[in-house]
Ligand binder design. Structure first.
Ligand code: PRP
Ligand code: MN
Ligand code: MG
Length: 181
């Protein structure tokens, strides 16, 4: 039998820790967005798990939309090239948009997204990520809600992939280096 867990060297954040943190973030966001017109804007594909869990942890009327922005291809290195593969459907003008991401690495994806979305005149625009790798930052991005700051290790699971695999792992794990070196 083959399991994706076999390719994991170390579990960095357990399923339980993720659940606890998402609940906490949901409660904070619920307080902060009282009376606002909240749109959760997930960045495909990495954000899908976090989006599914976070949206259910927020006790407010809200809308959900997605964009697909890719900068990585199948490599573990950021190319710095950001392209919109799928745009959002909801008109965000006058809305309180919260970008939902799985990880901020170089920050290139989000700094580009932020600039692009601000031109569309949302009432507010904030960023929520479950993981942040501050050591790798190349572009300055203000993170409004962050789950965990993590060291510069190649992590997969909970939406994060390597070569489109491992997104379905329920925890955040470090991939065995021999698999990508
Ligand atoms: C990954 C990740 C973030 C982005 C972070 O997405 O999900 O969206 O890279 O990197 P950055 O801060 O260096 O820009 P990826 O482009 O791999 O697409 P995916 O979400 O479909 O895996
Ligand atoms: Mn992504
Ligand atoms: Mg990826």
């Amino acid at each position: 039998m083959s399991s994706p867990t076999q390719d994991i060297q170390e579990i960095l954040i357990t399923e339980e820790q993720l659940k606890e943190k998402v609940k906490e973030l949901g409660q904070i966001i619920t307080k902060d967005y009282q009376g606002k017109d909240l749109v959760l804007l997930g960045v495909l594909k990495g954000a899908i798990m976090f989006m599914a869990d976070l949206s259910r942890a927020i006790d407010l009327p809200l809308s959900i939309d997605f964009m697909a922005v890719s900068s990585y291809g199948s490599s573990t290195q950021s190319s710095g090239i950001v392209k919109i593969i799928k745009d959002h459907d909801i008109n965000i003008e006058g809305k309180d948009v919260l970008i939902v991401e799985d990880i901020i690495d170089s920050g290139l994806t989000l700094s580009y997204l932020r600039k692009t979305l601000l031109e569309r005149k949302p009432r507010s625009l904030k960023i929520c990520t479950i993981l942040d790798k501050p050591e790798r930052r190349e572009a300055d991005v203000k993170v409004d809600y962050c789950g965990f700051k993590i060291p510069d290790k190649f992590v997969v699971g909970y939406g994060l992939d390597f070569d489109e695999k491992y997104r379905n792992l329920p925890f955040i794990g470090v991939l065995k280096p021999e698999l990508y070196k």
